[in-house]
Every structure is written in C-alpha cells, then in structure tokens.
Design a protein around this ligand. Structure first.
Ligand SMILES: Cc1ncc(COP(=O)(O)O)c(C=O)c1O
Length: 381
C-alpha cells in the first residue's frame, strides 16, 4: 500500500485513474468531433501535462501564470479567459495564447487590435442568464447581478452604438455549470441559442466552458455527445469544452496522520492536514470530503470529528465514523483530492505545504515535490 511509503501530509496523484478519465474525454472528443481543454484552475500538476496532452487538445487559463504554464508544459492549444486583463499581461498573453476570451465589450474593444495583429483568435464570453445550479450561488455565473459574461441586452446596446463590435470576434464562450450533468447543459444550450444563436453564423467556434462532470459515474455522456453534434450541425461551429474537475475527478488522495485525539463531549482527531490550508473547498463549497474506510456519523461504532493542527476553531473537515478505534499515528486517506486542492493550498499558521507524489500506473510511487520553510518565507517579505 502506497501510504506506508510516503510522509504526511501528502497529496498523491493517481495516474491510472487520470488515464481512465482521459479515455472518457477522448471518446467525447472523437464521437462528438469537439475539442476538450484542461481548465488549469482546477488542476495544474504539470508533471502529468505530457500525459494529459496525449488525450486533450490543450489548456485554458484564468490568469497570466496559468497561461504561461500551459504554454511551457503542454504546448498545445492555449486559451485564456479572465474578467479583465492588465495591459502588461496582454502584451505577454498575445505571445503565448492562441485564443483570448473577453468578458465585456469594453475589454474587447480595448484589446481587439492587439489580438488581431498577433493573429490571436478572439472570443467573447456571454451570459445566457439561465441558472441551473440550485443552492450553489457562489459558483453561479448566471446569478442576478453577475459580472461574468455579456448579457444579450448589453451586447445589443453596444451593437446599436457601433455595428462593428463583433467584427474580428471568432467565438462565443459561456460558462454556467458547476459539477453538473448534461441535462443542465441541454437547458443552458436552449437559453444560449435562443439569445445568442443569431450571432453564431458569423462565429467559428463556441466554447461551452467547464462544470461538466463528464467522468462521474452517473454522467450522461451520450447526451453530451448528441448536444455537441446538434450544435455543430446547426451552426457549423467548432465546439470546445473546458472542464477542470472532470479531468482529475477521483484521481488524487490526501494522506494525513493523526497527531492527537481531544475529547470535549465529542472526540476530535487532530490531523497534520487542514481544511483551511490543504482542502479549502471543504470550507468554501462547503462539503464533506470522502474518507477511505469510513462512514457517516452514526453509521459505524467509533465516531470522530476530523480537524486540524491549525488554531482556526472552524478548521473542521467533517464528522465521520469507523469500524475500529482510531489511534494517534494512524493514517487517514481523503479521496478525490486532486482537484481544487493543490492549486488553492496555502501556509496559513506557518503550516508546511504537503508533499506531492505521483502513483504511477505500475504501482511505483514517485516523490514529485517536497516543500520547505523557504516556500513559506519567500512569499512574505
Ligand atoms: C471559465 C471557466 N472555465 C472552466 C472552468 C472549470 O470548471 P470545472 O472545474 O468545474 O469543470 C471554470 C471554473 O470555475 C471557469 O470559470
């Protein structure tokens, strides 16, 4: 078992599971004749970019450093979308990206000439104003007042003042989903084409963003393939998808050790891992991460609250139960920890960053990166 060969806390990337996901995505690309990009904001472990690049069309970035990373480490198609760009960043982006997507007409007009001169394809993010996310308002770009994407009203107003606004724009982009199935994509596509379909005859491509949980067991892949094919057939456009989660879903673990057990009406395990530092989505989403060999509270005889060795009272990972009593020194394995973990971690409280391991498909475990005091110190003065 790999856990006995590694130090804690550590993230472990599971190459076999990654390949399994990539094969599903490869099928979508082939059968729907579309292109899939890695959204690096979810997963940027470039040690596996050569592997991912064997299957996917390229990368997409949300900022200048992700854009550089995609170019340097995968070197395939390199897209970028950001709510706004700084002029200095744009000078670099046009050299390293082939597709730049704008969030407003003002940003589009500011940088259009620079992009066209550099022969970069220009996209405009639109807001179909179709919320399908239920209770995840923080991740809903279609929520009332959202700053993400141009509404039809704003675009039409801009066009009424300047009919050339969309000249030079080769694609429309929307991103509305979060961990959703293809039924919600279908609903969104109706809203998108109802509102923006009239602009598609002048477009080369449509980017349907991320949030497609394509590699989840219950995801309806056949419906996704049908939807992409229908859009391609109706409007003669190249279709891009840019999922992050789906690429590394369930393809990583976070391994921690129990440092102490504190009792105060409830037994709390103090781990050398932290929700706030090492899996911030647990607090942000919020959600209870899956833990190997455990059950819900009340399901198994030994119940514990899992917490951290930071001093933040609310640094609580969740409540779990086990078949046996937990001892100091035991190791616990959180599942589905490749996505939105390493890209977001931090050294709050002066806590070291976890090491990163790669579990190869042949079972060999490789230490990819170990961090030290300098990684903490260098960010602070
Ligand atoms: C514009 C854009 N594209 C792609 C993604 C990736 O989404 P996910 O990791 O949920 O698939 C996001 C996530 O926020 C996004 O904002």
């Amino acid at each position: 078992m790999f856990t006995s060969q590694i130090e804690t806390p550590s993230y472990v990337i599971d190459e076999s599971k990654l390949i399994e996901n990539l094969k599903v995505l490869e099928r979508v690309q082939k059968e729907a004749s579309c292109k899939i990009l890695l959204a690096q904001k979810a997963f940027s472990n470039f040690v596996v970019y050569p592997l991912i690049g064997q299957y996917l069309a390229g990368t997409t970035a949300s900022g200048i450093y992700e854009a550089r990373l995609g170019k340097e480490e995968m070197g395939k198609e390199n897209h970028v979308f950001a709510p706004a760009y700084k002029s200095a960043d744009m000078d670099e982006l046009v050299k390293i990206c082939d597709h730049i997507i704008f969030n407003s007409v003002a940003q589009l007009m500011k940088y259009k000439d620079t992009c066209l001169k550099a022969q970069v394809e220009i996209g405009l993010r639109v807001n179909p104003q179709c919320s399908t996310q239920g209770d995840h308002a923080i991740y809903d770009p279609c929520a009332d007042g959202s700053r993400l994407g141009v509404t039809l009203k704003a675009l039409e107003e801009a066009l009424s003042k300047d009919a050339s606004v969309l000249d030079g724009v080769s694609g429309l982009h929307f991103h509305t989903l979060c961990e959703q199935n293809s039924d919600d994509l279908e609903t969104t596509l109706v809203a998108f084409t109802d509102k923006f379909g009239k602009f598609l005859p002048q477009m080369k491509w449509v980017n349907m963003g991320g949030g497609h949980h394509i590699t989840r067991a219950d995801y309806d892949v056949d419906r996704l393939i049908r939807l992409v094919k229908e859009l391609r057939a109706k409007y003669d456009v190249q279709v891009y998808l840019e999922p992050g989660e789906a690429i590394a879903l369930n393809a990583g673990y976070f391994v921690t050790e129990v440092l102490d057990i504190v009792e105060n009406g409830i037994k709390t395990l103090i781990l050398d891992g932290s929700a706030a530092c090492h899996m911030p989505d647990v607090l942000e989403m919020p959600y209870r991460p899956p833990l190997r060999d455990s059950g819900e509270w009340g399901e198994k005889p030994f119940e514990y609250r899992l917490s951290s060795y930071t001093c933040l009272a609310g640094d609580i990972i969740g409540d779990y139960s086990f078949d046996h009593e937990i001892q100091v020194g035991d190791r616990l394995i959180f599942e589905d920890m490749a996505i939105y973990s390493m890209v977001k971690n931090n050294t709050f409280n002066g806590i070291p960053l976890p090491s990163i391991y790669l579990l190869h498909a042949d079972g060999e475990i490789e230490l990819v990166k170990k961090f030290g005091y300098e990684d903490f110190k260098n960010r602070l003065s």
